[in-house]
Ligand binder design. Structure first.
Ligand code: HEM
Ligand code: NAG
Ligand code: NAG
Ligand code: NAG
Ligand code: NAG
Length: 331
């Protein structure tokens, strides 16, 4: 009897957690939008040709989408009646790339109107961004639907560049991502830029110590100080190969050349279990790419809306029937 109850309980747990991603599949759009992968990839390549940071912007949007109420396109909604935009949340201030998402969405809508969610477009575009810039490719799972809500508070509480390892781990663990995932996903900081405001506190009197951050290489620090003419200057995350998706993020950490406190803490906190993972991923390109792919799929599975939940937005920035909400005229 007792063992039956344990089995039943485990089965129930399996339903609870399994149900949250069991419905995403590789072939979801095979009948309804068979050319989706080609369209998105073409648009991502086009965007990168005119903006080398386009890929970095897109994958960051997917990360911020998945971390607030799951991968449901919520990050893309702008302020509207009933919607307090996540874009105004602390973690999203100054985030870029919405116009790139709009261009991809428009291309998809031209061929398959009303079929493909914005959340799935972010997942697909992230994979394309990584592989166009030299990283791994993987099979994207589809079937996410777009939310009819946003949660600005969630966006206020996104992982912060000033955080150290323990709080970062907690935020990832709350979403089912362990410390291996934290290290692997942080590897996305192998491309893209950060504004100086997020790391210039490391240059002097770090945490009131009277000294610069001891885990920041002094030569690199001086380079950064020279580059940071003001708070909003954008600096490469990876000083070695700024726009290539490779394992240099980890070799940089080994050399005390992680840009953010959150980056360097993966390697520099004494006794942390993340140190071994950093060393492992620094050692071979193929290992990093395999780990990164696995963790991206895991992140992309966070609490999607499926079936009849949510909707398929036609415009990623707003709900379909905004016009029907109180306070708006219905034409
Ligand atoms: C571990 C916690 C993380 C923290 C604290 C963090 C923080 C940041 C910060 C502060 C920036 C600079 C933003 C700006 O200047 O406007 C940034 C940029 C970026 N982040 Fe993260 N991030 C984290 C994890 C991730 C993950 C998991 C991914 C993707 C898988 C990612 C991808 C990126 C990319 C590609 C950029 C560059 C964007 C651009 O060039 O516009 N980050 N991140
Ligand atoms: C919004 O996110 C916050 C922080 O994660 C959470 O505490 C809150 O319950 C969420 N609100 C809703 C309505 O889901
Ligand atoms: C994290 O989860 C993966 C499976 O997704 C597992 O292989 C890995 O060993 C876990 N890492 C830790 C530190 O538990
Ligand atoms: C360093 O920071 C501490 C605490 O914020 C402050 O009391 C001290 O005056 C600062 N020292 C310098 C040299 O700015
Ligand atoms: C999508 O919605 C946003 C926000 O309402 C609006 O600014 C934008 O013009 C719309 N895009 C299209 C193509 O209608």
């Amino acid at each position: 009897m007792a063992s039956f109850n344990v089995a039943a309980f485990l089965f129930f747990l399996g339903l609870l957690f399994g149900a949250s991603f069991a419905q995403l599949t590789e072939d979801f759009y095979d009948q309804t939008c068979p050319r989706l992968p080609n369209i998105v990839r073409r648009e991502v390549k086009r965007a990168i040709e005119s903006d080398i940071r386009a890929g970095a912007k897109l994958i960051r949007l997917h990360f911020h989408d998945c971390f607030v109420q799951g991968c449901d396109g919520s990050v893309l909604l702008v302020d509207a009646p009933g919607i307090e935009s996540e874009l105004n949340g602390l973690g999203n201030l100054g985030i870029q790339g919405l116009e790139i998402v709009a261009a991809i969405k428009a291309a998809v809508e031209r061929e398959c109107p009303g079929v493909v969610s914005c959340a799935d477009i972010l997942a697909q575009a992230s994979k394309d961004s990584v592989d166009v810039q030299g990283g791994p490719s993987w099979r994207v799972l589809y079937g996410r639907r777009d939310s009819r809500t946003a949660n600005k508070t969630g966006a206020d509480e996104l992982p912060s560049p000033f955080e150290t390892l323990e709080p970062l781990k907690k935020k990832f663990e709350a979403l089912g991502l362990n410390s291996t995932d934290l290290v692997a996903l942080s590897g996305a900081h192998t491309f893209g830029r950060s504004r100086c405001r997020f790391f210039n506190g490391r240059f002097s009197n770090f945490s009131g110590s009277g000294q610069p951050d001891p885990t920041l290489d002094p030569t690199y620090r001086q380079e950064l100080e020279r580059a940071c003419t003001n708070e909003d200057t954008r600096v490469n995350f990876d000083p070695t190969t700024p726009d290539t998706f490779d394992k240099n993020y980890y070799t940089n950490l080994q050399a005390n050349r992680g840009l953010l406190t959150s980056d360097q803490s993966l390697f520099s906190e004494a006794g942390a279990d993340t140190v071994d993972t950093v060393n492992l991923l620094a050692s071979r390109e193929g290992t990093f790419l395999r780990f990164f792919r696995r963790s991206m799929i895991k992140m992309g599975n966070i609490r999607p809306l499926t079936g009849n939940q949510g909707e398929i937005r036609t415009n990623c920035s707003r709900l379909n029937d905004l016009g029907a909400q109180p306070g708006h005229d219905v034409m």
